[in-house]
Design a protein around this ligand. Sequence first.
Ligand code: 4NP
Length: 149
Amino acid sequence: MTRVLFVCLGNICRSPMAHGIFAHEVAQRGLGDRFEVDSAGTAAYHAGEDPDPRSMAVLRKHGIGLRHASRQVTDADFARFDLLLAMDRSNEKNLLARCPAPLRDRVRMMLEPVGGGEVGDPYYGGADGFDRNFRELTEASRAWIERLT
Ligand code: 4NP
């Protein structure tokens, strides 16, 4: 079993989208029982809330469903998850600041297997940001699944 946690700032836009896409891609390959996936935010602003409707609309457009309530990253997540995938450098920095030293290799950038870079924060932008996030997250999810299987 490989446990993967997707992490952004608020856990309402990017990381729930990554969570839904990754679970969908894994299920399509018949690998659902080999992965456990979840998502969380470095901040607690939106704890308990549903994903942003703009993220849900993009997922729905691609036939992907998701049920998730926003939650903040906890100290226990570093031991529980094999990989904690950060959307941007700020998320990575916040995770590393909390991560026990022996577990630091678990904190990685989401776009690492597709050339690196950041999944940009779409919160204050338009729908095109969410579409771009979807393309990046799909490509990166496929690359991580290939690497992990
Ligand atoms: P996310 O997007 O980190 O992709 O969930 C954001 C959601 C909320 C805020 C910022 C980014 N916010 O400032 O409330």
